[in-house]
Design a protein around this ligand. Structure first.
Ligand code: SF4
Ligand code: SF4
Length: 320
């Protein structure tokens, strides 16, 4: 969804005459650093001075990551003061909300994926059917309060293009409509910086982000979210783990973080479920896997997996 006309950061003057501040936020493994590198490289190629500051050293997979990028004729500080970000680009919805106070009032542009990733440490109660704690504000409520805002399912768009990990490039496409650089310059830098085998999908993702802005609509008034009702089927739900072996690089993150210790690496260093009965369906493994190699499906007993869903994948179920 989008509200009002697109606002170009530093509009009315060329980027060389003003300092433009772009704050990028998200969680570990989403590709924030690649996105900020693309923007910084683009600015340098345009002959602008760029200052970049990022924090990622403390962020384990799933922890907060942010990057400040400032560019213009002369940039004195790499850090964006509160209330002075011309663009806030969020790869994760709650992280976007957490940094909203950095956005320039009225003129700032907010761009966010609506994807929700609950940080591991917010997942304190892992019992059956317990909703993880998360920001309650809906995209329509937030976008409705801002001068220019975009909330989109960038992950879904990237998934439709064949690679969820290109969600960050979809958001770059949206970002490109708020900054004064030619489309070709963006594409040239993206082609140079992404892994060679993902060039096509990243170019497509960038163009899809730009096209999304063209077709974005004003939000409908948000209906009141219904309070979560007790689910009578809950006791019959089966947790089924789908592991795409070809994508697992054996990093061990899911094994280490699984609170129930029901995953392990096999002899080929690929993750396998070892105790499916113990799996509570908390989804930590799915959220933390940097390679999208593990997915959790909640199904009713006897419900057939979608055709081809488990091609090349391990699946295992446990009633919950
Ligand atoms: S499934 Fe993902 S997190 Fe787990 S070992 Fe494989 S690559 Fe790492
Ligand atoms: S296998 Fe995944 S979903 Fe199941 S308990 Fe472990 S981390 Fe949670």
């Amino acid at each position: 969804m989008r509200i009002q006309e697109p606002n170009r950061a530093g509009s009315g003057s060329s980027p060389t005459e003003t300092v433009v501040s772009v704050l990028m936020v998200g969680v570990g493994g989403q590709g924030i650093l690649m996105v900020s590198k693309v923007l910084a490289t683009l600015c340098q190629a345009a002959g602008l001075e760029v200052k970049q500051s990022e924090v990622h050293g403390m962020a384990k997979r799933g922890g907060a990551v942010f990057s400040h990028v400032r560019f213009g004729a002369k940039v004195h500080s790499p850090l964006i003061p509160e209330g002075e970000a011309d663009v806030l680009l969020a790869l994760e919805w709650a992280e976007g909300l957490r940094w909203l106070h950095y956005l320039r009032p009225e003129k700032g542009v907010f761009i966010s994926d609506v994807r929700r990733i609950v940080p591991p440490f917010a997942c304190r109660d892992r019992g059956r059917g317990v909703a993880p704690r998360y920001a309650r504000s809906t995209p329509a409520e937030i976008i409705g309060r801002l001068g220019t805002g975009y909330a989109l399912d960038a992950t879904g768009i990237a998934r439709d293009l064949g690679n969820e990990r290109a969600a960050n490039t979809v958001l770059l496409g949206v970002l490109s409509t708020a900054l004064d650089f030619p489309e070709e310059a963006w594409l040239e830098v993206i082609t140079r910086l992404v892994p060679p085998k993902t060039v096509d999908v990243n170019r497509a993702a960038f163009l899809a982000g730009r096209a999304w802005v063209e077709n974005a609509v004003l939000p409908e008034p948000a209906p009141e979210p219904a309070p979560p009702a007790a689910d009578p089927l809950l006791g019959r739900i089966v947790n089924r783990l789908e592991i795409t072996r070809a994508w697992c690089k054996g990093c061990d993150i899911c094994v280490k973080f699984c609170p129930e210790r029901c995953l392990a690496l096999d002899a080929e260093q690929i993750v396998v479920p070892t105790d499916p009965e113990a799996c509570t369906g908390c989804r930590l493994c799915e959220w933390l896997c940097p390679d999208f190699a593990i997915r959790l499906h909640k199904e009713l007993p006897g419900e057939a997996a979608p055709a081809g869903a488990d091609a090349g994948a391990d699946a295992v179920g446990a009633a919950r």
